[in-house]
Design a protein around this ligand. Structure first.
Ligand code: FES
Ligand SMILES: [Fe+2]
Length: 343
């Protein structure tokens, strides 16, 4: 693949795990943004994500590091680090090393997911990660069957490919076999959290009139890393897509779906149907993955006039999340070189 001409170090909230992968006392190794990291959960339940290497002599805390109450203890010489990454104890010295600090990340647990705030400039979070229920005007986890998940690590794609899908009306018919081309009813790219709504159906005859379609999707994009959707007028579902750069050319892809509970005489059957529908939603997302994982990002794409508006809006919006302010040539309005995504 071609290395994306977009920075793989964008700013924002990015999923690094699911909450239930890290129980109390667990230490989980992970690698994102070309950094070795660990996530650990203290006795109080508090989760910390920090860089993996001990500031003493560089042991990797993910290999034998131990949670002791509210701190993480290094396996090599027992130095203890708190959730701010500060050294709080050297077992063979009367005082800790107050100068050294392991870099930590702002963390939120939401959508059953662990999100970290990544910013190469070290700024505090300047927007919120969207919530698959609270970001919309209704719904709660209790109204839905358990979350169904897809995890595809190490794919050669960039988070922005996935978001651009949201303005790409023409692909629905070809990738997802929808009977009609959806129509956008909202494109709001004024803030770091953006909104896209469209009218769409996955059923009925080809060529049905859009005026007769009574279903749609609302999407909330929290930066480039996390997007949530709510559907209406069809099987009640919510989805979360989360794309996190691992290194200069690959990302981990996570996708989740909740199907609404239905009242009925046969709860077991209803749940089975919900599972099957959830799998179908996941399968549709996988159809997109096959495209994204092999595409070469088109910087200076050949767009129709109808496509131009949406793609320009989203690419201009995306620029704010890049350390160099570059989000491809549509955003710039003029040609950029292929090295435009350098760090
Ligand atoms: S390397 Fe961690 S305590 Fe020595
Ligand atoms: Fe799609």
């Amino acid at each position: 693949m071609a290395k994306p001409p977009l920075s793989m170090r964008p700013t924002g909230w990015f999923q690094v795990a699911w909450c239930d992968e890290i129980g109390v006392g667990d230490v989980l190794r992970m690698k994102y943004f070309d950094q070795e990291m660990v996530a650990w959960r203290a006795e109080s339940g508090r989760l910390t994500v920090m860089n993996a290497y001990c500031e003493h002599l560089g042991a990797h805390l993910g290999y034998g590091g131990k949670v002791v109450g509210e701190v993480l203890q290094c396996p090599f010489h027992g130095w203890q680090w708190n959730r701010q990454g500060r050294n709080v104890c050297i077992p063979y010295q009367d005082r800790p090393n107050r100068g050294r600090r392991i870099a930590t990340y702002p963390v939120v647990e939401r959508n059953e997911s662990v999100y970290i705030w990544h910013d190469v400039e070290g700024r505090e979070p300047f927007f919120d990660a969207p919530d698959v229920f609270a970001s919309f005007d209704d719904g709660a986890a209790a109204d839905y069957y358990p979350q169904q998940r897809l995890y595809r690590p190490g794919l050669e794609l960039h988070p922005q490919y996935v978001l651009e899908n949201g303005v790409d009306f023409a692909h629905f018919k070809y990738v997802h076999n929808t009977p009609i081309v959806p129509v956008f009813t909202r494109h709001d790219f004024a803030e770091p959290v953006s909104f896209v709504d469209f009218t769409i159906t996955f059923e009925g005859a080809d060529g049905q009139r859009i005026e007769d379609v009574n279903s749609g999707v609302q999407a909330v994009n929290g930066g480039l890393g996390v997007a949530v959707t709510k559907s209406w007028g069809m099987v009640d579902n919510r989805t979360i897509s989360a794309i996190t750069p691992v290194n200069e050319s690959t990302s981990d892809v996570r996708f989740m779906v909740y199907i609404g509970r239905t009242a009925g005489k046969d709860p077991a059957r209803a749940e089975l149907k919900a599972r099957q529908f959830g799998q179908e939603v996941i399968r549709q997302f996988e159809q997109d993955i096959d495209i994204w994982a092999h595409q070469r990002y088109s910087d200076r794409p050949a767009l129709t006039p109808d496509e131009f508006q949406g793609f320009t809006a989203i690419r201009t919006w995306a620029k704010q999340f890049y350390p160099n302010g570059r989000g491809g040539s549509t955003a710039d309005g003029h040609a950029t070189s292929r090295t435009g995504g350098r760090q």
